[in-house]
Design a protein around this ligand. Structure first.
Ligand code: URA
Length: 436
């Protein structure tokens, strides 16, 4: 087989045989096919797409390029959730202990902040002492003990994605539904989950900005995952304004604790409970999403999810006492108050602009090597739909230094829209796609 022939087949719109896809993926990982040929192949896929069968083959081949976590011997069901990334999206921190309290095990392998979106690992590591680089044995042991564990991707999990994603990033081939599907799904299946719930965000603060694109990705994830024998649910959720009232690494840990104590903001709780409930359905411990929500609410009322969260913090090296002491006080000294310029109603808080401003402040990063800070970000005192008078406090903003606040100022001001009339509420749960 020759790489040039496989490129030519895809360029002509043919459906590739599994052997052809294997030849390209394995050859690239082994270093026998050069980047210029893989780049051309990726561009051909970008323009010609892939059938569901090709996408499933690509996903499986990428998955088997590395290790797969072995959870056999542990008591399941094992279900995880993946979000395509948002601003203020701390759902994983709240959902994992809720779902675990309901008897579903959550093997969670998360990512870091990049660009305007936050990362679960950075949020957890803002807890003093918390470690996210677990060994496979720790991952298994911690799941067995608390019902969930939080780790980062290891070097041996889906090495094909590491190489392919880096190449896609510099060849303008990231925004391809089959390539995104294979990239996300291969990593999620590698962590050992039997069922997966995908939170596909839609709106200006999301990776997929339009509903049509978000739906295409959700359907592709559901169809491909189902073809691989997994139970999959895709939930499309709105990412027009930041989720919850806090954006920032430790700030989001604080807000997660609030949620686990029954004091969470309504939007964040709605999304968290819906996704948690779907995990119970996918794991077979609830028959319907309504029953799942009732079970999650009942679990929250017992305080067990908060206990499990604290147990996990301790088990992963975090200092619970310090975390609780820092609550409400872990704030950078470099701060500004954002006041309403007019009287009326908040009609928009642009999640994308807030996420980008967060990169200046030190919440997120432009490059994977940039540092992030625990004590910076936003605390919103008003959200979309709230009435304001000119001068009212809308948000507190914290930056890593004065220059970062200066740099973010105009972006933050332009993110906030005030109008004379209350905008109609946007549904948070936009669409659900299931093959259960
Ligand atoms: N996130 C991923 O993990 N992979 C993609 O291809 C896009 C977003």
């Amino acid at each position: 087989m020759r790489a040039v022939d496989v490129i030519m087949h895809k360029r002509g719109g043919a459906e590739l045989a599994r052997e052809e896809i294997a030849f390209m993926v394995e050859g690239y990982v082994a270093g026998t096919i050069p980047e210029y040929q893989v780049s051309a192949w990726l561009m051909a896929i970008f323009f010609k797409g892939m059938s569901p069968r090709e996408t499933a083959d690509l996903t499986e081949l990428m998955l088997h390029s590395g290790d797969v976590m072995k959870l056999a011997g542990l008591k399941g069901p094992f279900v995880d959730k993946h979000s395509t990334g948002g601003v203020g999206d701390k759902v994983s921190l709240i959902l994992a202990p809720i779902v675990a309290a309901c008897g579903v095990q959550v093997p969670m392998m998360s990512g870091r902040a990049l660009g305007h979106t936050g990362g679960t690992l950075d949020k957890l590591e803002s807890i003093p002492g918390y470690k996210t680089g677990l060994t496979e044995t720790q991952f298994r042991d911690f799941i067995a003990a608390d019902g969930f564990a939080m780790t980062g991707q290891t070097a041996t999990i889906v090495p094909a994605d590491k190489k392919l994603y880096a190449l896609r990033d510099v060849t303008a081939t990231v925004e391809s539904i089959p390539l995104i599907t294979a990239s996300i799904l291969s990593k999620k299946v590698a962590e050992g989950a039997e069922a997966l719930v995908f939170d596909v965000k839609t709106g200006p603060g999301a990776f997929m900005k339009t509903l049509a694109d978000s739906e295409a990705l959700a359907r592709s994830l559901v169809n491909t995952g189902t073809a691989m024998g997994k139970r999959i649910v895709g939930v499309i959720t709105d990412m027009t304004e930041p989720l919850g009232r806090m954006v920032g690494n430790f700030f989001e840990v604080e807000e997660s604790l609030d949620c686990l104590e029954g004091k969470g903001p309504a939007d964040l709780m709605e999304v968290t409970l819906r996704l948690s409930a779907w995990m119970l359905v996918a794991g077979g411990v609830a028959k319907t999403v309504e029953e799942g929500i009732a079970k999650c609410e009942a679990a929250l009322a017992t305080g067990r999810p908060r206990e499990l969260f604290l147990a996990n913090v301790k088990r992963q090296g975090g200092d619970i006492d310090k975390m609780l002491q820092l609550r409400g006080t872990y704030r950078s000294a470099h701060t500004r108050k954002l006041g309403a310029k007019d009287s009326g109603f908040i009609t928009g808080i642009d999640a994308y602009k807030i996420g980008l401003a967060g990169v200046y402040l030190g919440v997120g990063r432009d490059k994977t090597t940039d540092p992030v800070y625990p004590d910076v970000g936003f605390i919103f005192h008003r959200k979309v739909g709230d009435a304001v008078k000119a001068g009212d406090l809308v948000a507190e903003v914290y930056g890593k230094d004065e220059a970062s606040l200066e740099a973010a100022q105009s972006l933050i001001e332009s993110a906030l829209a005030i109008g004379p009339a209350k905008a109609p509420a946007r549904p948070l749960i936009v669409k659900e796609i299931t093959a259960l």
